[in-house]
Design a protein around this ligand. Sequence first.
Ligand code: CP
Ligand code: NVA
Length: 313
Amino acid sequence: VTSLKGRHFLTLAEYSREELLFILETAMQLKQRYLAGERVIPLLVGRHLAMIFEKPSTRTRISFETAMRELGGNAIYLSASELQLARGETIEDTARVLSRYVDAVMARVYEHYKIERLAQYSRVPVINGLSDLHHPAQALSDVLTIMEKKGRDITRLKIVFVGDGGDNVLHSLMLAVGILGGRIVIASPKGYEPHPSVVKLFNEHAAPNGGSYEIERDPFKAVENADVVYTDVWVSMGQDKEREKRLRDLEPYRVTVELMERAKPDAVFMHCLPAHRGEEVVDEVIDGRWSIVWDQAENRKHAQKAVLALLVP
Ligand code: CP
Ligand code: NVA
């Protein structure tokens, strides 16, 4: 793998299998060094990361900020509502100006086109911190966690996502697993399928590596023999108007103890968090013996540290 410096991180599909493995390997090394007591690894001294948020965040904000600090750099939290963006300054002009001050920009946006436009007009790397379609930083942490728990070769695993097949976190998980040559089964009702633009990326970037995905309407059938059962909220940020319909349509896809008992005996339960307990997952599962959600959340920092260390010039 040649240098990744200066590259954007928007959907994961910009990265080859080898590059993705290189980022994951770097994350494992940085995590080991951190756990061995090296609290600061000064790879980004004097560098600044601007972090623009159009929506709330707990994990993404804190994990990027601490990752940046632990690399010797600095992070600046910017609420979109307090930038001149809120008064009509364009994304293009914002990107041009920001990239004269900072070395990288992370952004959490509603519509995915906004992150693409930021990247197009930015001189410095732009990192997607979640859009309506993608959450690549989450997927990187998810794959890192799966590798830690189930071994580095994820191609033989049965990874099942239960719930909203059009979910941003699922889209990125599909791409990450697929680019690495793995298989993902999606248990979702009719009308909740992966977005066509994501299917297109999957076909172009994951299928050639042997990656595959299937849709299975019956959640109990889907989780049979599963190694990993993953879910996310039924109502994502920005979808509040559809709340009642979504809760009705997705009700049969709740991750319960009965559902987990159909998976392999050593199956793990994953969730990007925040969870809406009692909706997509019950307490007995997220707090139960299957759950690895806290390790998964912890890995956000280590995975993102690798992205920052490798991409920020
Ligand atoms: N999983 C995740 O991105 O969480 P936040 O919304 O808290 O950042
Ligand atoms: N699908 C959720 C993920 C939150 C991290 C959302 O977009 O709100």
